[in-house]
Structures are given as C-alpha cells and as structure tokens.
Ligand binder design. Sequence first.
Ligand code: 13P
Ligand code: SF4
Length: 309
Amino acid sequence: MRLEYKAVSDLIIEKISELKKKNNAVILAHNYQRGEIQDVADFVGDSLGLSQQAAKTDADLIVFCGVHFMAETAALLSPDKTVIMPDEHAGCPMASMITARELKEKKKLYPNAKVVCYVNTTAAVKAESDICCTSSNAVKIVSSLPEDAEIIFVPDKSLGAYVSSCLGREMIYWEGYCPTHHRILAEQIVKMKSDHPEAEVVVHPECTPDVIALADHVASTTGILNYVQSSNSREFVIGTEIGILHRMKKENPDKTFMPVTPLSDCPNMKLNTLEKLLWSLEDFQFVVTVPEDIAVEARKAIQRMLDLS
Ligand code: 13P
Ligand code: SF4
C-alpha cells in the first residue's frame, strides 16, 4: 500500500473547511491578512465591506480575521451570532490612541460639535460619536452633515486632513495616526516615480498629506483593488499595507505592483495565522462581545453610516 503525504497546510485547510461546515461558520478576512488566510476566507474586503457582510450573514458563527475593532463592529451588527477572532491580541494601535473618557473631555470643549469617528475605534468611542465612517465613505459621511456644523473628527488626523482637503472644510482633529501607513514616505515615492515614470501611484488615506499629494489615486483597500483592476496602466506603486499585494497580484497576473516600502507591514494584522484560525474554530475562541449599554449607542453611529452607504 502506498502512503500519500499531504502538506501540513493542506491538512489544516481541510480541517478548517470541515469545522466551518459543521458549525455553520463564515470566515471574514481583511485585505491585509496573510495570503493563506485570504485564500480560505468566504469574503475578503475593506472595513465597510466586512461590516456589511457581518450584518447580512446567515451563519451562526463569524470567524473574524482582522483586528479587534473590526470583530467588535461585526459583533455589534450581528448581536445574535457568535463572533470569534483567532488572536485576541490583534488590536489596532490607532484605535488605542483615543479612549471614550478622552473623547468625552473633548466634547465638553465643543458642546455643539458633531463627532465623526473612524471605524478604527473601540465600541466605547463609537458610543460617544454621532456617526461612524470608514476610509471608503469618510468624504460622503462628513459632507452629509450640515455645512455650518462644527465637526470633531477622531482619531486619524491623516484621514481627517484628507477629508478636509476634498471638501474644503476645516474640522477639529485628534492626534491619532496609523504607525504602519506613516512609514510610507514622500521621498520614497518621488524616487519610485523617477525610476518608474509609467507607474501610477495609488495610496490609502491613512498616509500623511505629503504622500497623498503625490498620488494619482487615493482610496480604501477595496477601492485600491478595484482601481488597479480597471486602470489601463501596467505598473503601480502601492502606498498601503503590503498584505494587499496578495490579492492584487492574484487578480491581475499581467500587471506589476511595487510597494513604496516593505516596512508598511501591520504586525497586528499578521498575528492571525492559519493554525490560529483552526484552533479558534476548534475551541470557539476568542469570543468578542460588547456590553449592551455601549452596544446600543455604538450601533446607532454605525447604522447611520450604513444607511448613507
Ligand atoms: P480599509 O477600510 O480601507 O480596509 O482600511 C482599514 C485599515 O485598518 C487601514 O489601515
Ligand atoms: Fe490599525 Fe494601521 Fe494596522 Fe490598519 S494598518 S489595523 S490602521 S495599525
């Protein structure tokens, strides 16, 4: 009898698919996840797309491969489902740059201001906000507010500055930022443009304003993926987290993609691995929940955004 050997990763993938069926689970993965996780996921997308999927799924169990605020948003939108994440320590440093208490203090300084929170925030911060936004709809959400309204925009000062530049509208910013996107430097883009004059530069709005000023196109992660697919250009300089290159190369084998820097690698997103995904399905961990009093308020801010999207 001949013994057939399978790669360990194939065995893990088989087991994941078996447990997924058995538990009526859906795997949602962000565009920055490791390639092997994106490949086993039922849906891969940006923050907005993932929250829309979480809201409409009929699965009993949502396995969220992303960072904590994303799983929390899924838990808020699907209160009757169990949401688990493979690594409980996968947080977003930007989301940790503001607390609900700090936001309450800021609101006291501007009692008439509306608060727009980026989805990269805790549920407790969302509960203190009027409306939520993601990178794909931030301009639309801010422009939906009355023209004379004062706006506190938290926590990403780069996304806030980008929205302001699109709308010609000042806001009150928070000193938050994404450490991964701030590793992308304008001088690196200038050099790449001179080395690859035919290439288009596409960046995420979490980049600094000097980087954004050099870009041909600015969009959310899914917006970037859609843009490179529909563009007639053959070469692209990519200014966002490098996990996005997996899907980009897979969907466009005849195009060339160059990250501005290999340092734009989010260590938190990469905490999730195929093994941890399997263990999470085996042990139903790590469950993400939001206390009901916070959930009721946070859901309102997210729902207002979804209604406008
Ligand atoms: P997107 O909503 O564009 O996917 O961005 C999420 C994120 O965390 C970017 O750093
Ligand atoms: Fe947070 Fe930046 Fe990582 Fe996105 S890339 S999860 S904003 S640290």
